[in-house]
Design a protein around this ligand. Structure first.
Ligand code: KG4
Ligand code: ZN
Length: 336
């Protein structure tokens, strides 16, 4: 069975072809980073236009790389939310057109749910129940999954997403976009205890996240430094901010493990590529309740269409299917 996956929710035009549950026949990603870099973040109208320019080319490349024909496709899975409305519409329109012309089923996929499926692409030994942490530029979400179909929202950010905090802090430090990988790399040379930035844990029990106080604290401290001084301390700023952000994520996972008595943890989303987060999560294993931690390779953590195809395949196998009235849901909440 061949599933075509399409992802256009933000600033990546991505198409993939998945054979059965786990074999990625092709995965093409056209990133718009250079387009948005100079604005310090994604400009929605520019993103939509770039998707329009790219989508047909990327679709054809994916077919070519998978060495298949359009008529070999059996299912179309597309991200239909949450995300930028104009960007989502490009992918959904393409998916509907393909499903209609080939007379094959169509499945709309939640972008955050799709991120989790990077784990099913990367590992073949995942057992339910498990905890999933999705940390991306738009979301910070903690889920308890009992099966592919049954899951509970444990917690989410009450303000900025974790990746958004990385990107905004990078901007305050005069670094370019996206800030996450740059802060990750700079931190290697910095001292994580150079600055004492706050860790907002929202009480002893909460599984929600908050990053805006940390972001503001870093911006305030940086504003006290002149340009030369800031450049001298930039690695310490990066490492101290990153340490605080990672500590918050790790603490919430620790709490979720205790609360659900489940020691299997899946990580997903762009921030899952962060090396310090990966390192500190591995350390959690020493704390007995954590059994296994699944972290997909960085290329599957950031936006891609293979994860969308994989999530769509699982939804279809579990009886889900959409019609050609499928619409975009820019504000689609995880627990809707
Ligand atoms: O999942 P993703 O590609 O797109 C969204 O759905 O948002 O995540 C992008 C986010 C950006 O905020 C980026 O700065 C962050 O992931 N990111 C990282 C790293 N690589 C990407 N954050 C921290 N460390 C990284 N190595
Ligand atoms: Zn994403």
């Amino acid at each position: 069975m061949l599933t075509l996956g399409i992802e256009t929710s933000c600033d990546e035009t991505a198409v993939a072809i998945l054979e059965n549950a786990r074999t990625v026949r092709s995965s093409i990603i056209s990133s718009q980073i250079t387009l948005h870099e100079r604005y310090g973040g994604v400009v929605p109208e520019l993103a939509s236009r770039a998707h329009v320019d790219n989508i047909n080319i990327i679709l054809q490349e994916a077919i070519k790389e998978a060495a298949c024909d359009w008529h070999d496709l059996n299912l179309v899975a597309v991200t239909n939310g949450p995300g930028l409305v104009g960007a989502l519409m490009v992918g959904v329109a393409a998916a509907k057109g393909i499903a209609l012309s080939l007379s094959i089923p169509l499945v709309g996929v939640h972008h955050i749910y799709a991120h989790i499926y990077a784990n099913w692409l990367a590992f073949d030994n995942i057992v339910f129940p498990c905890i999933a942490l999705i940390v991306s530029g738009g979301h910070t979400t903690l889920l308890f999954m009992e099966s592919h179909k049954e899951w509970k929202l444990l917690g989410a950010t009450i303000d900025d997403a974790c990746g958004e905090a990385f990107d905004k802090v990078a901007r305050h430090l005069g670094l370019s976009y996206p800030g996450g990988p740059i802060i990750d790399a700079l931190s290697e040379k910095g001292d994580p205890s150079a600055f004492k930035f706050p860790r907002a844990l929202l009480g002893d029990e909460s599984l929600n996240f908050s990053f805006s106080g940390l972001k503001t604290a870093v911006a305030r401290e940086a504003s006290l430094f002149n340009q030369d001084k800031l450049q001298e301390s930039i690695a310490d700023f990066a490492a101290s901010f990153q340490e605080a952000a990672v500590d918050m994520l790790v603490e919430k996972i620790r709490r979720a493990v205790l609360k659900t008595k489940t020691g299997r943890i899946l990580l997903a989303g762009g921030v899952a590529a962060n090396r310090r987060l990966r390192y500190k999560l591995e350390q959690l294993k020493e704390y007995g309740a954590v059994e296994s931690i699944y972290i997909p390779p960085p290329s599957l953590c950031t936006d891609n269409a293979a994860m969308v195809a994989c999530a769509g395949y699982n939804e279809y196998k579990n009886g889900c299917q959409d019609t050609l009235t499928l619409d975009v849901k820019p504000m689609w909440e995880m627990d809707e």
